[in-house]
Structure formats: structure tokens, C-alpha cells
Design a protein around this ligand. Sequence first.
Ligand SMILES: Cc1cc2nc3c(=O)[nH]c(=O)nc-3n(C[C@H](O)[C@H](O)[C@H](O)COP(=O)(O)O)c2cc1C
Length: 185
Amino acid sequence: MSKIIAFVGSPRKNGYTSLLIEEVIKGARSKGAEVKIYDLNDDGIKGCQGCFYCRIHEGCATKDYLQPMYEDIKNADGIIFGSPIYFMQISGQSKQWLDRMFPMIGGSSFPFQARYPGKKAVTIFSQGNENKDAFQAPIQSVNNAFSMFGWELIDSLLCSNTSSPNLKLSEELLKQAFSAGELLS
Ligand SMILES: Cc1cc2nc3c(=O)[nH]c(=O)nc-3n(C[C@H](O)[C@H](O)[C@H](O)COP(=O)(O)O)c2cc1C
């Protein structure tokens, strides 16, 4: 049975990012995967302290809600991450998490070594803007970080034009999310 870890970078439990992550999870579970979810909006999360513990040790010196994720990621086959776009960037919750992912790579300078390579990954982004190209830079920066971790990007989904107060997730996007989950497991 494959193990998948999902990281939810939106505070909105029923928002676009969360629902698309749910759909990826459904796809993965349909193939028998075991999934653990981390809510990146949890109050018990601290930002990276810049202590550089992880340059000479595996894992992170900060003991908080995210601490178990290092062991979980090490043992996982696949990773799901999703974030809304806030002020032309990934959400603050997501950025805080990304900084805490420094232990995914070893070494003190470029080129860093991927410590836990070979995992499959799916990323999901959601934005109000209808122009799908508007925030490719922050999206690429996450996808590039995953590539630096040695992870294979199975799919990267983008839900755009979400400004309407009513959720309007297309069937096409939901299917894409489910299929990405199937491929992840
Ligand atoms: C603080 C804040 C900043 C935002 N900044 C942007 C932005 O720069 N560009 C954009 O297209 N949408 C922006 N949005 C809209 C969100 O990206 C959009 O509503 C997204 O679908 C929310 O995802 P969620 O439903 O998963 O929470 C912003 C929303 C908030 C709350």
C-alpha cells in the first residue's frame, strides 16, 4: 500500500484548494493508498528559525505540529501540496511550510543534495485572476523546489477565475485531480 502525505495551504476548509486536494486524495485512495493530511493553517506551526540545524543533521530542531512530517515524508511514496495565491505569491501558511522543508536537502551551498528523492508529487494552486499565466513565477518556484527535493511532478493543477462567491469547480479540473491522485499512488 502506498503512503501519501497531503499539505493543505489554504485556511478555507471548503475552498477551491482544499476541494481539489480532496479529489486528488480520493483518486489515490481509490488505488488503495493510505493518506495523512497536514493542515498548514494549524496554530501550532512555527516558521523556520534559521538555526541551520538541518545543514548538519537530518530533520528539524523545531518541535511543533510539523515535526512528525519529516519522518512521514521520509517514509512516503507521494506528496500532495496545494496553496491559494495571496498577493501574487503562495499563501503565508504555505511559505512558512516551504521554509520548514529545508531539511529535504542536505549541504551548505549549491548544489544541495536531495535527502529523500524518488517521490511522486502533485501540486495545486487556486487564484482569483482569470489569466492562467498571471502567477506562473510562484507556482514554478514551488515546482522547482520539489524538483530540487528529487521529486517527480506527476501533475500541477491550476484553478483560476475563482472570484465568484459560489464555488465553480469544473468537471474537467475535478477529473484531472482524481486522475493525478490515481497516478500518485
Ligand atoms: C489575502 C488574499 C490575497 C489574494 N491575492 C490574490 C492575488 O494576488 N491574485 C489572485 O488572482 N487572487 C488573489 N486572491 C484570491 C484567491 O487566490 C482566490 O480566492 C483563491 O481561489 C482562494 O483559494 P481557496 O478557495 O483555496 O481558499 C487573494 C485572496 C486573499 C484572501
